[in-house]
Design a binder for this molecule. Structure first.
Ligand SMILES: Cc1cc2nc3c(=O)[nH]c(=O)nc-3n(C[C@H](O)[C@H](O)[C@H](O)COP(=O)(O)O)c2cc1C
Length: 382
């Protein structure tokens, strides 16, 4: 069986994670909405882009580091927010945070995270960003924002692409939809994963830790989850977004934008960055790939607005492609979940190291960042 150190690419890390995890958790991480066409489209978009190399250039002292606002990161790749990470491995959010701190890349704690904002900010004081799902009750939203600021978080990511629940059929089949009630076959499968099961049995059900204070003292994981699902998803509007912008003094990032006009409007509302994303193919199956939306959005917002992107990034070359198509910084979700499931913090570090190695080879082979130009092989139909 391949060891963590034997995983030389993200795909092998995924296979290791899949072996460790019961089907219920693997499907939750890996799955997409409906027919999973958007999930496939995200990957195809990268495969459909080529990069033009330039030679006879000195590439002996290239750097991967990239600045965003006042901070410099080790490379232009961060850890996207992933809810319920604690199901992959107990303490997963803090493992992700610590690996990000170790590498010098951003870690975005999910609003559905299984560590609290305060714990994540403590684990990665320089790297923790907080992703917010706006809740039905304004007092909860406002308190989460206040707590993030008090914990020293400087980047707030507001996810706008989940107005209602999405139909992730793998989760439906496994009984991993609220109120969670695993099917007999999912339970039987979990019993065949003793390493995962032993940890899970010892540590108990992961909780939406940031939400614990709103569920009342002594609330169980189930009660906190019930509160969470009664509050989210909530259909927010531009007015809600503008109000949030006023509440937050730090960098304000709007995640889940695909339309150029929405990107422009987010900037008008005061966004410091637009995060181009289709939620990793988990929300609207007919949505375009995030990568294909980048050029139009870059054109709409101009060169000054920071553009982030995610969805299907599995190779260092994907990061280069996204940057060549207009992004300033790239994020990955599932690859980091594979890492944390396969090997905890060391597994996340392995995922980041794989990306870093591929990136440095790719940039050198292209003759430097500046020369990377793209050629879309297929028109994704913007
Ligand atoms: C298991 C899982 C949970 C996720 N949870 C959240 C979340 O809580 N908030 C959010 O904004 N995005 C969430 N996302 C979307 C990611 O932030 C990101 O947009 C997506 O994973 C990028 O695609 P990739 O997995 O192909 O890298 C989640 C994605 C996955 C795979």
């Amino acid at each position: 069986m391949t060891s963590l150190q034997g995983c030389h690419n993200i795909d092998s890390l995924a296979r290791l994670a899949q072996r460790y995890l019961p089907r219920l958790v693997w499907d939750y991480i890996e799955g997409g909405v409906d027919d999973e066409a958007c999930l496939v489209r995200n990957r195809q978009a990268f495969d459909g882009v080529t990069l033009m190399p330039r030679y006879l250039v000195d590439v002996s002292s290239l750097t991967l580091s990239r600045s965003l606002w006042t901070q410099t990161y080790a490379m232009p790749l961060g850890i996207a927010p992933t809810g319920l990470a604690g199901f992959a491995r107990h303490g997963a959010d803090l493992m992700l945070a610590r690996a990000a701190q170790q590498f010098g890349v951003p870690f975005v704690l999910s609003g559905a995270g299984t560590a609290s904002i305060e714990a994540a900010a403590q684990a990665a004081p320089d790297q923790t960003w907080f992703q917010l799902y706006v809740s039905r009750e304004q007092r909860i939203t406002e308190d989460l924002v206040r707590r993030a600021a008090a914990a020293g978080v400087q980047h707030l990511v507001v996810t706008v692409d989940v107005p209602v629940h999405s139909n992730r059929e793998r989760d439906v089949r496994n009984g991993f939809v609220p109120p969670v009630k695993p099917t007999l076959s999912a339970i039987a499968d979990a019993l065949c994963h003793p390493a995962w099961l032993a940890r899970f049995a010892k540590q108990g059900l992961p909780r939406f830790e940031s939400w614990a204070p709103y569920a009342g003292e002594g609330a169980s994981a189930r009660q906190i989850a019930d509160l969470f699902t009664s509050q989210i998803p909530f259909t927010q509007t531009w007015r809600d977004l503008a109000r949030l912008r006023e509440l937050w003094a730090g960098k304000f990032i709007v995640k889940g934008i695909l339309h150029a006009d929405d990107a422009r409007r987010a900037v008008e509302v005061g966004a410091d960055a637009v995060w181009v994303s289709n939620h990793g193919g988990r929300v609207l199956d007919s949505a375009p790939s995030a990568l294909s939306c980048l050029p139009a959005i870059r054109q709409a917002v101009g060169p000054q607005t920071v553009l982030l992107v995610d969805g299907g990034v599995r190779r260092g070359s994907d990061v280069i492609k996204a940057l060549a198509m207009g992004a300033d910084f790239v994020f990955a979700g599932r690859p980091m979940m594979y890492g944390v499931a396969a090997g905890g913090q060391a597994g996340v570090a392995q995922a980041l190291a794989i990306f870093q190695r591929e990136l440095s080879l790719g940039v050198a082979q292209l003759g430097g960042w500046g020369s990377a130009t793209h050629t879309p092989v297929q028109d994704q139909g913007l």
